[in-house]
Design a protein around this ligand. Structure first.
Ligand code: FES
Length: 268
């Protein structure tokens, strides 16, 4: 029998029940999977970023997105198309320009917020399960008020997506001519998914369709808003897919660059 006796904190916004939760399903499973998935990804990404090697395949011009744009003195020839203004100190990643903005973009993303609030802060871990913390101050005060920077991180993400697109196009040059291999498929697939994730952003949806009184007077924005809205409903899936494509792309470039296996070439 379920107990519904009054809890001491009844009347302070919580349901007046003694049981920790009345949910009988495996509510803990999604936050657990999220915790494991995000932790594994972050460990892989940090390890790769500080490896400082195996990020570029000179022969086919494959550059991993984890090192793009490559900006330190350490960047191997051909990988640094935007110059090398940064010193080669081990703590400075090759992609010191893009990584902080990408981190900010993902950390402040509406979906990731939900994911890590639940999985890491247990705040709350699931619907109808009590918060893991006694106090909740929301996102209107320090430090979470900085989540509002998301819309600015979105603009930076657009620039970085353009750079990743350039990397994918550049990789069709093999030696002196056109070339096409499995690495190109991986790089292009990653860029397409990155664009889908970036454009499916809630801030993007607001930028293209928000603050309008009449869509009828802005047909182009209406069309773009409709397109973004269709992507937006898949934002969570795209958030996870892009983590996968980023890691896969980096892993592929690392393997070819290290000589663990060769690129499967179709042309050139
Ligand atoms: S809401 Fe997720 S990227 Fe903007």
């Amino acid at each position: 029998m379920t107990t519904t006796a009054t809890r001491p904190d009844a009347g302070r916004g919580r349901a007046a029940i003694v049981a920790r939760t009345l949910r009988t399903d495996r509510w803990w499973f999604p936050p657990l999977i999220t915790f494991v998935g995000l932790t594994a990804w972050v460990i892989y990404a940090v390890a790769r970023v500080y490896m400082h090697k195996w990020y570029f395949v000179d022969q086919y011009h494959y550059l991993t997105p984890f090192y793009s744009p490559c900006l330190t003195d350490r960047c191997v020839e051909g990988a640094s198309e935007f110059g090398t203004p940064l010193p080669a100190w081990w703590i400075i990643p090759e992609a010191a320009f893009s990584l902080p903005f990408l981190l900010l973009f993902r950390l402040t993303c509406y979906y990731y917020r939900k994911a890590y609030y639940r999985a890491f802060w247990l705040s709350p871990p699931a619907c109808a399960v009590p918060d893991g913390h006694a106090k909740y101050t929301g996102e209107t005060r320090f430090p979470l008020i900085f989540q509002n920077l998301h819309r600015y991180a979105f603009y930076a993400a657009i620039v970085i997506s353009l750079i990743n697109t350039w990397d994918a196009i550049r990789a069709f040059q093999s030696g002196d001519g056109f070339g096409f291999g499995l690495g190109n498929v991986v790089l292009v697939g990653n860029v397409v998914m990155l664009w889908a994730y970036t454009l499916s952003c809630h801030s993007c949806r607001h930028i293209v369709g928000g603050r309008l009184k009449h869509f009828s007077q802005h047909p182009a924005r209406y069309r773009f808003w409709t397109f973004v809205s269709k992507l937006n409903v898949r934002h969570m899936q795209l958030a996870w897919i892009t983590l996968g494509t980023l890691a896969l792309t980096d892993f592929y470039v690392m393997c070819v660059s290290a000589g663990w296996f060769g690129d499967l070439r179709f042309i050139g």
